[in-house]
Design a protein around this ligand. Structure first.
Ligand code: TYD
Length: 202
């Protein structure tokens, strides 16, 4: 069995990524892989406490960014790196690309600060595959309105999500080898067909 790989799921709120995590995990398990599914911010007991703060408390942009990376440091040390060292596959609902999209794109934090944090926290590790679920804003917002009460990020205005989506797409252009853009306006069945194609190439 080949060594495990690291896959992150990304997209603006309402893009529908969460629906497909179980599908990808099932696809890999059916092929004999051990798969861990986890999320950011979160994934550890400290990380989940930080998630509560990050999703509900107002704070300075740099505080928010540092806490995202603090949660990530713990997540890497406790969950991601040990799993990959065992040869397991790791699927994370968001990773550092989300910081570039939300704090960098949405909130306009200087990218040099994000690059410095990325270099500090995981200088030698990047996902093997990044699935970017991409939808026009109107579709994403329509889906969000149909769900539960919005968190701090989900309450942001359309311009925030436009900038976040654009930052994700720029990041995909910058790292074409690992990014795959999934057109998330498709039906769930058609998205599964796209995912089958992508997964059979890794
Ligand atoms: P999300 O992954 O969308 O979870 P749920 O589906 O339960 O709402 O929520 C996490 C939020 O955190 C999302 O709005 C994006 C934000 N976030 C950042 O702003 N920066 C980051 O680095 C990460 C990992 C997430």
């Amino acid at each position: 069995m080949s060594a495990g790989k690291f896959i992150n799921f990304e997209g603006i709120d309402g893009a529908g990524k969460s629906t497909h995590i179980a599908y990808v995990a099932g696809w890999l398990r059916a092929r004999g892989h051990t798969v861990i599914t986890t999320r950011e911010p979160g994934g550890t007991s400290l990380g989940e406490k930080l998630r509560e703060l990050l999703l509900h408390e107002k704070m300075h942009l740099e505080t928010e960014t540092l806490l995202m990376f603090a949660a990530r440091r713990e997540h890497l040390a406790q969950v991601i790196e040990p799993a990959l060292a065992r040869g397991d596959w790791v699927i994370s609902d968001r990773f550092t690309d989300a910081s570039f999209a939300y704090q960098g794109g949405g909130r306009k934090l200087d990218l040099r600060k994000l690059i410095a944090l990325e270099q500090w926290v995981h200088p030698h590790l990047q996902p093997d595959l990044t699935l970017l679920f991409d939808v026009p804003l109107e579709v994403a917002r329509g889906r969000l309105e149909a769900t539960r009460s919005p968190d701090k990020f989900e309450q942001e205005k359309a311009e925030f999500f436009a900038a976040t989506r654009a930052a994700y797409l720029r990041r995909a252009e910058e790292f074409p080898d690992r990014f795959r853009i999934i057109d998330s306006t498709q039906t769930i069945k058609d998205i599964e067909i796209s995912l089958d194609k992508v997964l059979s190439t890794i």
